[in-house]
Write a new protein. Structure first.
Length: 267
């Protein structure tokens, strides 16, 4: 019995000694250093000066230190805008008073802001175009932005006689008001396009059967292949959507009212 066990152990040992050693495991190759480059592009549009009409009648002379009361019951004038209009009148050396013994009444008849047709912004070609500029110009030649038209009309009336002394109207669109170009940025990024294929090859070659088959064979691991990818455009400057344009409302109203009041001739 002992002899049989020894003989069996000897046969097993001989079999193990005759079995070839499999090829070593393959490891994933080192990935190449991936690069990225950031670019900026600019879009611009034509701007128009504010439209202003101002007529002052000679029936009464508006003099320094005369008093004015502001009436805005036909419009939605905020407290801030009321204060700004008052400051503009004071800058013209007129005194703002409440209803009572004022010499004049400044009536705000129109204070409107309405959405109109979008404004088209055109891509500006830089002096030294970057390599991807032609591709960008082909894909994104223009940008469309929401646009508001602001309109203000006022009238100055002599209180005792009811005579209209001055009336004026102004308007401007939001693009011409803020005058900012649109600035967008994007990145050109390198990425490996065949990383899954390389990993699959390594996995397949590391099976026991594959390791036995490639004993004394040179196996070439597929090289990594890179491609360039452009990220989406990200806006960095300039109001464009409705929310951003609507945020301009207080400043547009102040601008339009102030340029009108500045037209009042005070002696």
């Amino acid at each position: 019995m002992r002899l049989l066990v020894v003989l069996l152990f000897t046969l097993i040992s001989a079999g193990c000694a005759l079995r070839p050693e499999p090829a070593p495991l393959l490891v994933m190759p080192e990935k190449p250093l991936l690069q990225s480059q950031r670019y900026q592009i600019k879009y611009e549009t034509d701007h128009a000066a504010p439209k202003v009409k101002s007529v002052q009648l000679p029936a009464h002379t508006v003099s320094k230190n005369q008093t004015v009361t502001i009436v805005a019951d036909k419009t939605s004038v905020t407290d801030t805008l009321y204060s700004q209009i008052s400051e503009s009148l004071v800058a013209k050396q007129l005194k703002v008073v409440d209803e009572g013994q004022a010499d004049y009444t400044l009536s705000i008849h129109q204070l409107d802001l309405e959405l109109i047709a979008d404004t088209e912004y055109t891509l500006v070609k830089p002096q030294k175009p970057f390599p991807l500029f032609d591709d960008i110009a082909a894909q994104f030649p223009t940008k469309q932005c929401a646009t508001m038209l602001g309109q203000v009309s006022m009238r100055l009336t002599h209180k005792k006689t009811g005579d209209v002394v001055w009336f004026a109207k102004s308007s401007i669109d939001s693009a011409s008001f803020h005058r900012e170009p649109l600035i967008y940025s994007f990145e050109q990024q390198q990425m490996i396009k065949n990383e899954l294929e390389v990993a699959s090859f390594i996995h397949e070659q590391n099976t026991e059967q594959a390791r036995l088959e490639r004993i004394n064979k040179n196996i070439e691991i597929p090289a990594y292949q890179t491609i360039s990818r452009m990220t989406a455009l990200t806006k960095e400057q300039g109001p464009c959507n409705r929310t951003e344009i609507s945020a301009l409302t207080p400043m547009m109203q102040y601008y339009l009212t102030s340029i009108l009041i500045d037209k009042i001739k005070v002696q």
